[in-house]
Design a protein. Structure first.
Length: 196
């Protein structure tokens, strides 16, 4: 059986997940909150990386319309949550919501859960609201908030793309077990963040 080639994007996702310098919190951002700062924000916290890559992985397992719909829903709702945060509206339980997203999305990937496209979209949208609100609460107070939002949306889409690429490259049964193991490990991190 021919083994699938892992794309450069998928390899980059693996490297990003294994970097020891990636922290669960968000270390200092690059200067003022601009496009660059927005691009940086989702990739400076392992919590965001794991959840966003998991959305792509889960969408790749589900296939069909989920391939583009779930990542699109996540980005759109995340922006809505971000704009709420930029207006100073902090949702309750943002950090537990983010930790729960890692746990639940990891479990969905680990179990290759085949929910309907709409049920998956509701789950993804719920968690996107928390991630977006966290991004928005750290937004600039200046007129650069639009660029900041554009940046974190672009980084999020790239992380979803990395998850999709990894999941699609691993479509063969021999590789799919590694995706499911990755989902289980992701859920474990979410459980630690949520309950410890």
């Amino acid at each position: 059986m021919k083994q699938p080639n892992i794309s450069i994007a998928a390899a980059a996702a693996i490297v990003a997940l294994l970097l020891p310098s990636v922290a669960l919190a968000h270390p200092g951002h690059l200067g003022p909150h601009t496009l660059l700062s927005g691009l940086e924000h989702p990739v400076t916290g392992l919590d965001h990386i794991l959840a966003m890559v998991a959305v792509g992985l889960w969408a790749s397992q589900r296939g069909g319309r989920a391939l583009w719909f779930w990542p699109s829903v996540f980005v759109a709702v995340m922006l809505a949550g971000g704009f709420l945060g930029m207006e100073g509206i902090a949702l309750p339980f943002v950090e537990p919501g983010i930790a729960a997203s890692i746990l639940v999305l990891g479990l969905l990937v680990a179990n290759s859960a085949m929910l309907s496209v709409w049920a998956g979209a509701v789950i993804v949208a719920t968690f996107a609201l928390f991630h977006g609100n966290a991004h928005g609460l750290e937004a600039p107070e200046t007129g650069a908030s639009f660029l900041y939002a554009l940046g974190f949306a672009a980084s999020t889409a790239a992380l979803h793309g990395a998850g999709l690429a990894l999941g699609l490259a691993a479509r063969g049964a021999d590789w799919q077990k590694f995706v499911r193991i990755g989902g289980a490990l992701t859920a474990g991190v979410g459980g630690i963040l949520l309950f410890v």
